[in-house]
Design a protein around this ligand. Structure first.
Ligand code: NAP
Length: 251
């Protein structure tokens, strides 16, 4: 008896989504559709895979999309800080009775020699820089930088993101760097030293692609303001794309 080909929608924008799609690209048991938010101007798109770009229109829009496209399995492989789409995906999956799995990579953990200052959000991160002007390396993406513009202390910023942040969000003393990971330790050390960086501000994204800056900060004794992950509700979850791959074929 021939097995039914399963339609799988993967919510992406991460290295996990890319790796999972690559591992499935020649598999005839599944038909993969990748969904991207459209947040990055020039996304790296997989070959030979159907890709849709843009929001669905909340839980209702996503639920309808799942039904209209006869999706059997929904995999949320979005970034750990993309809390809205994860909430929507889990709700829509329950509503439409679509099999669901979230890939949530483990958070980075500080080791003894790290000097991390954990904060709950970007406003707290800006406050945590203190009263004296510092030279700050911001690696928080381009959308969340406004609290640093509002900060009354004139820190100097180096802001690294894939796309340049909108001008209106930029603090006065900001230089922008457009770059896409992965980054290596030697170049991160060189960057921190060249610009005499006093503080690194980052989200606790986890993963290997951008961990080098934390190792570099540790080696140079630079304190890190670490924005903690948003809370998410309990849902079916794994930590790696490989676990998701194995789960897919048990379904
Ligand atoms: P978010 O706040 O959770 O989502 C905002 C809205 O964007 C969602 O409600 C949804 O719109 C749409 N959306 C998000 N991801 C989508 C996807 N994969 N496919 C279709 N629509 C999507 O997300 P975000 O923090 O802005 O992140 C946007 C995307 O960038 C995510 O896919 C994420 O994987 C990627 N990313 C985010 C970060 C980060 O730090 N946040 C870092 C790296 C990559 P509708 O409600 O209209 O459906």
């Amino acid at each position: 008896m021939t097995q039914k080909v399963k339609s799988v929608l993967i919510l992406g924008g991460t290295t996990e989504a890319t790796a999972l799609i690559k591992s499935l690209s020649n598999n005839r048991q599944v038909k993969i559709i990748l969904s991207l938010a459209g947040a990055t101007k020039t996304p790296i798109l997989p070959e030979h895979i159907m890709v849709r770009i843009g929001g669905f229109g909340g839980i209702e829009g996503l639920s309808q999309w799942l039904i209209q496209h006869a999706i059997d399995i929904l995999i949320d492989a979005t970034h750990p800080f993309a809390a809205q789409i994860t909430h929507n995906a889990w709700q829509a999956a329950q509503k439409t009775k679509t099999a669901f799995l979230r890939i949530n990579r483990p958070a980075w953990q500080a080791c003894e020699s790290d000097c991390w200052h954990p904060v709950a959000n970007m406003a707290q991160a800006a406050q945590a820089l203190g009263e004296n002007p510092l030279r700050v390396f911001l690696t928080i993406g381009r959308k969340d930088i406004f609290p640093f513009k509002e900060c009354p202390i004139r820190h100097e910023y180096w802001i690294r993101s894939v796309d340049r942040p909108p001008e209106v969000l930029l603090p006065v003393n900001a230089k922008t760097i457009q770059a896409r990971g992965p980054f290596d330790e030697a170049s991160e050390i060189q960057f921190l030293q060249t610009h005499h960086i006093d503080r690194l501000v980052t989200k606790n994204s986890g993963g290997q692609a951008t961990i080098a800056k934390l190792i570099a900060a540790r080696k140079l004794g630079i304190p890190v303001v670490m924005v903690q992950r948003p809370e998410t509700e309990s849902m079916p979850m794994v930590q790696t794309w490989l676990e998701a791959f194995e789960w897919l074929f048990k379904h």
